[in-house]
Design a protein around this ligand. Structure first.
Ligand SMILES: [Zn+2]
Length: 131
């Protein structure tokens, strides 16, 4: 069973939720002045990283409210959930750049740490993602 923590209702099964795409996509101002190519870029083009990704979810079979989630797309680990309008917690990679030169975040490196407000940047722990 895959459980998601709704920020309003608590833990619920994945089957109650709907995926809503990438989070933090702001509608452009003056969109009437945009070219078709610029509009298509806004409407269709989204990032698709292997690693930490901010996405929107809806608790469709529950409170029906939208919220954001930081999820590692490589491991399906849910790193944080937060309400719409809140800033995502900072994610810091704990490992150096991979030998092949990939960036530690967004390359499938699942050894990341979520830093919540009031927490230090490094507590000496390493190797596992915190939820
Ligand atoms: Zn809910």
């Amino acid at each position: 069973m895959f459980v998601i923590q709704c920020p309003y209702c608590g833990e619920r099964d994945l089957s109650e939720f709907s995926y809503g795409g990438e989070a933090h996509i702001a509608r452009p101002k003056n969109s009437e002045k945009m070219s078709d190519a610029e509009w298509a870029e806004f409407v269709f083009m989204r990032s698709n990283p292997k690693g930490v990704f901010a996405e929107r979810w809806n608790h469709a079979a529950g409170c029906r409210r939208w919220f954001n989630m930081l999820r590692n797309t490589a491991t399906d680990d849910i790193l944080a959930v937060y309400r719409i309008g809140e800033q995502p917690p900072k994610v810091e990679a704990l490992l150096p750049v991979t030998p092949s030169g990939e960036a530690p975040i967004g390359s499938g490196n699942d050894a990341v740490k979520v830093i919540r407000p009031g927490e230090g940047a490094d507590d000496g722990a390493g190797g596992e993602a915190e939820v």
